[in-house]
Design a protein around this ligand. Structure first.
Ligand code: FAD
Length: 393
């Protein structure tokens, strides 16, 4: 077992940190307050090769592994979780093509994303369903070799600015997961209506919209997964993107901890810095140990994916654990700052608002626990002998 980053990974981390400090941090508060989409920052990330991290080399991308991507994600998120979500949404949008696209689709779309500044979003969720992906209603009807889409997608990150969206739709809602297909949607297609930005609690610079689809024709070359294959593709995509949510959470939590350390050494009460009190030291120690644990789980889930292993379980553990950690750490950070933590004067208020999203998108914390408990109750191998066959009444 080797816990060391390689020299390449250390260099990548340094590059990402410089980008975060120089390009993201100075504008984080401005974009949060204006709720404007940080297009110039995302474009700079593309110019620096920090967008589309997971696109393989044979399609023009940097070909980074998931662990490499998590290293970058943590740094950018530490400066602004909202801008980080906007930047890394391209990974989520492109992942179904990386995993499930045919050679022609990969050559065409992935190369385009690398060579031109283009955004690609991801859409499973609808106004009436998010967790229950198999319960989607957006209709896909076959018309010759093409498909016609009708329905509404909701909460689509970057949707208002995306050139493409990987859209999931069903040939028959009654068929549940067996009816789901996936498509590459060109947002300029006739019948696509991108909604207005939906205001949010946190991560306000990330663009969140509805996407209306009325008789939208998807040509056969943009059919990504035929009916019955789309659900598995969505789940495989989440296994590869949930570790990145763990990394987002680590970045956000790390900054809240660092601001807390700084403040605890400067703020004095009863004639001494609050950092001298054991109760404050305990809070900071807990922050540090929890972030360490969250990062290790995140790296393990990413490493498993990079080895070609099934990381469904580890990615759920990493996401659920890290998103609880960031919620606790940002809550405690506000406590360390006392009344000032509650004001917009200091950055911890924003990090607290931004943190909440990690427990919700890409599968809520409850859904991650369903994945984990399913494994533990049915597949987990016991070391201890069983208690016996008798029912316990
Ligand atoms: C800012 C933002 C950006 C997003 N971006 C995207 C995007 O780009 N693309 C996309 O497709 N989606 C996106 N989403 C949607 C997101 O994935 C869903 O909101 C999420 O999956 C939860 O779905 P829901 O909101 O419908 O909640 P529901 O599924 O209605 O759940 C409500 C509550 O019930 C709980 N619950 C549901 N089912 C169970 C169960 N079986 N057992 C126990 N508890 C349960 C949930 O955990 C939750 O607490 C985004 C959401 C937000 C807020």
């Amino acid at each position: 077992m080797d816990f060391m980053l390689t020299e390449d990974q250390k260099a990548l981390k340094k590059k990402a940190r410089e980008f975060a400090i120089n390009e993201v941090l100075p504008v984080a508060r401005k974009y949060d307050e204006s709720e404007e989409f940080p297009l110039p920052v995302i474009k700079k990330a593309w110019e620096k090769g920090l967008l589309n991290l997971g696109i393989p080399k044979e399609y023009g991308g940097p070909g980074f592994g998931l662990l490499d991507s998590c290293i970058v994600v943590e740094e950018i998120s530490s400066a602004c979780p909202g801008i980080a979500t906007s930047i890394f949404d391209n990974n989520l949008g492109a992942e179904p093509i990386v995993i499930g696209g045919n050679e022609e689709q990969k050559q065409r779309i992935l190369n385009e994303l690398v060579n031109e500044f283009k955004l690609i979003a991801f859409a499973t969720s609808e106004p009436t369903m998010g967790s229950d992906v198999a319960g989607m209603k957006c209709k896909a009807e076959k018309d010759g070799d093409d498909f016609i889409l009708n329905g509404n997608k909701f909460w689509i990150t970057n949707g208002g600015y995306a050139d493409y969206i990987t859209v999931f739709a069903t040939i028959d809602p009654e068929k549940k997961h067996k009816g789901i297909a996936a498509f590459i949607l060109d947002t300029k297609s006739e019948g696509v209506k991108l909604g207005k930005h939906i205001p949010k609690l946190g991560q306000r610079s990330s663009n969140t919209v509805s996407v209306g689809l009325k008789d939208v024709r998807i040509p056969k070359e943009n059919v990504l997964a035929r009916p019955g294959r789309g659900f598995v593709l969505a789940m495989q995509t989440f296994s590869h993107t949930r570790p990145a949510i763990g990394a987002f959470a680590c970045g956000c939590a790390r900054s809240a901890m660092e601001y807390s350390i700084d403040y605890a050494q400067k703020r004095e009460t009863f004639g001494r810095p609050i950092g001298n009190y054991q109760v404050i030291q305990e809070k900071i120690a807990n922050m540090y140990k929890d972030i360490e644990a969250a990062r290790l789980l995140t790296y393990k889930a990413a490493w498993e994916a990079d080895q070609g292993m099934d990381n469904n379980l580890s990615s759920s553990i990493a996401k659920a654990f890290a998103s609880d950690v960031v919620m606790n750490v940002t809550t405690e950070a506000i406590q360390v700052f006392g009344g000032y933590g509650y004001l917009r004067t200091y950055p911890v208020e924003k990090l607290f608002r931004d943190a909440k999203l990690y427990q919700i998108y890409e599968g809520t914390s409850e859904i991650q626990r369903i994945v984990i408990s399913r494994f533990v109750m049915k597949q987990y191998q016991h070391a201890m002998p069983f208690l016996g066959k008798k029912r316990i009444q």
